[in-house]
Design a protein. Sequence first.
Length: 404
Amino acid sequence: MLMASSTVRRWRWRILGGAAAILLAALALRAFLGPKAPAWTVERQELVQRVVASGRVLAPARIQVGSVVVGRVFRVPVDKGDRVRPGDLLVQLEDREALAAHSQARAQAAQAAARLEQVEVVSVRVTSEALRQAELRLAQAEVKLARQRTLSEAGSVSQSDLDDAIQSRDLAASQVESARIQASAAASGADRRAALAALDQARGAEQAAAARLDQLSIRSPAPGVVTERDVEPGDVVQPGRALLVVARDGPTQLSVLPDEKNLALLRLGQAATASADAFPDRTFPARVAYIAPSVDLARGTVEVKLDVDSPPAFLRPDMTVSVNVETGRDPQAMVLPAGAIRDPGPAPWVLVVRDGKAVRQAVTLGMRGDGTVQVLSGLAPGEAVVTPASPVGPGHRVRTEPAR
């Protein structure tokens, strides 16, 4: 019985010793191989770099429509949301007094035109008739003088009769010259100039009355949509006050404010995808058309405008939009999760596993995607990179396991 108990104890010690040896060997192997650490594998895959920003839909132009004269509003035939064309009436001010003044000025202009016609027609006719009669008398005097000369040569009339005929011819010629001067003066004389001046003055007064009347009808200067209305019938308006705002039709643009750190990635002509916050599932294409030359100091942003060549029907001025600008694409980029990069500044590095040891490796980074980053140099596809959360440091032996 004692012998059996001693044997059991010997076997027990042998088992414990063997277990201890195995444990020591396992610990030694673990110490040799190193602890397990989560790691990511360097892979090749398509990488798309985007700049994401939010902003608003720009109205091509906001036209503040107001009055240039003091007046009382008679009617406002448009409301917010109405589409207007150039020349459409927006606000009508009371115009009875202006209409009467315009009618009076128009009548005065007609009267001045009639006076000028009288001067030009009647005076010209009178002087023209006087010239015609003088020319007839001159012709008769020429005929009589020719006859008297013939008779004088034949000795049938005296010299005094011939002298009388010459004198009558000279007088008729003088009368023709005088009538010709009077006819010319009738067409461009003082009476006509006075009549022309009166007509010009009357027409100027008529134009001023018409302009005054036109100022009382406030019309749309361009095609667009009425976005604001701040006037009602009966209001007394003053010059300089905005009564309505018209969003002018034109190319649709988006204005977004990406962070200034993305400025180096943006280029004119880059394609983008946009969506309105009111319709997030309905995207539409856009294109970078403008990059502001300066940065907003208060917000650290830069304004970027994008053209929308085919705007969807639901798009409205001042809508909030989200924009993804594609700034780069590589179908075979060597990528890592962005969290694998340590000191992601001017000298980024990673902890890569080589020959069972963690090695500090400097890397050159390229584009950034959604949670990933492109590695341009320093690593090879398939290499394992230890996560920064692991306690493993450079030079440590390590065994890797997939990071979660």
